[in-house]
Design a protein around this ligand. Sequence first.
Ligand code: BGC
Length: 443
Amino acid sequence: MNNQRVTQTPLQFPAHFLWGTASSAHQVEGLNRNNQWWAAEAKPGAIWHEGKSGAACNWWADAEADFDRMAGMGLNAHRLSVEWSRIEPEPGRFDGAAMERYRAILAALTARGIRPMVCLHHFSNPLWLEARGGWQRAEVIERFQSFVRYTVTGLRDLCSDWLTINEPQVYVNHAFLEGIFPPHKRDTLAGLRVYRHMLLAHGVAYQTIHSLQPEAQVGNASALRAYRGERDGSRRDAFAAAVHRYLGEDIWLRAIRSGFILPPMGHGDWHPALRDSFDFIGINYYTQTLVRFKPNPLKLFGERKHKEGAELSDSGRDGPYSWYAPEGLYDLCVAMAALGKPIYVTENGLPDADDDQRPRWLLGHLAAVQRAIADGADVRGYYHWTFVDNFEWAEGWGLRFGLIALDPATQVRTPRPSAALYAEIARANAISPAQLAAHTHAE
Ligand code: BGC
C-alpha cells in the first residue's frame, strides 16, 4: 500500500459503489437438517471441536433483525445464498413455503435499501442429491438447472444479481482432494469430474437465468489466490506458480470465456452454453499463495507457502488461515479488468476473534481496491465476509469472521470495533486519512 498517497487525501470510491457483506445459507440460517453438512456434523471428528451449525445465526426465523443492523451501518448491499435442500426437499418436489420465506428475506433487504446478490450453490447439497452421488454424476447438471429455473422464476422480481456457484475450486479441493468437507474423499479423478460438472452446470445456469430474466447480471464467485513464485527472479518458482494458477483459476476463467474445457477437466471440448457465460467477475480473496518449486509432479511441481515474516490471521486446526497480502487483491482486480467486464469483490475478510487485526486488514484491502479502481479497474462493489460470526464449515465455530461477534448459544450479538469502521467508510464512500493514520503503520 502506498502510505504516502493514502495519508494525505481521502481515498474516494465511485458513486453508487456497493458496500456489502456476504453470507451463505447453511452458515447463517440454522436448522438446515436436509443437507449433507447437517449429516456430516453428526460424525465424530468431522468438525473442529465437534461444532454443529444448530440454529446458526437464526436467519431462517429472523434475518430481519440483522438487516436492520446492516441498514443502521449504512450498508447498501448483501450477498446471500439460497438452500437447495429447502427449496427442493425431495427430487422434483418444490416447497412453496420455503420460496415464500426467501421472497420475504429479499423484500426485507430491498425495503432497507440493501441490494441483494443471490448465490444458487454455496457448498451445500440436498441429502437426496448427495445420496445419488452429488456432483460426481453428470445428472447433477440437469437437476441443478431445474432447481435454478424454479428459484429464479420465484425470485426474479426481487433480485437481478445472481451468482451460479460459489468457489468450485474450494469445493473440489476440500471435498474431493483433501477430504475435509463431505463426502470426505481423497480421489483426484472424482475431483476432476466434479469440477467439470460444476463448469457445465454454471454454463447451463447462466443461460437459464438469462432466458427467464434477460436483464439479470450473472456471474460466479471464484476463489482467487494471486499465485506467485516464492522467490523473486526464480524461474522454477514462477513455473510452479503458473501450474497451480492454471489448475486453480485459469481453466475455469478460460472456459467461461471461450466455452472450451481444457485438460485435465476436459480435452479441449467446446460447449456453447459456457461461451461468454459471465456478466461480471466475482473475486473471493483472502490471501495470496506463494509457490516454491519442488521436482514432484504429484505436488504439481510446487509447495504452497506464505511470505516469511508476514502477519498471520487467527489459526484453524491446520494453522493460520491467511496472511496479510492486500497487494494480491490489487493485482487480481487489475488482471481481471483485462476481461472487460465489471468486477465485484464477492468475499474478503479474515478470522480475528479479538478484532485486533481486522481494522488494518479491512483498510489495507479496501485501499487496494480503491487503487485498482484509480488505475482503471471497473470494481463496482465489495462484500465483506462476513456480517456476523457464522458456522465456519469444517472449522465449526472455531474461526470468527464477523464484523459482529455472535454467541451461538444465546444469539447475543456484540459489534466488534471493525463494524463501526466499516460503517463510517460505507457512509462516506471513502477512506479518510484519519482512519488510515489510526489503523495502519508504514509498510
Ligand atoms: C467461503 C465461505 C467461508 C469463507 C471463510 C470462503 O471460502 O465461500 O463460505 O466461510 O471462505 O473461510
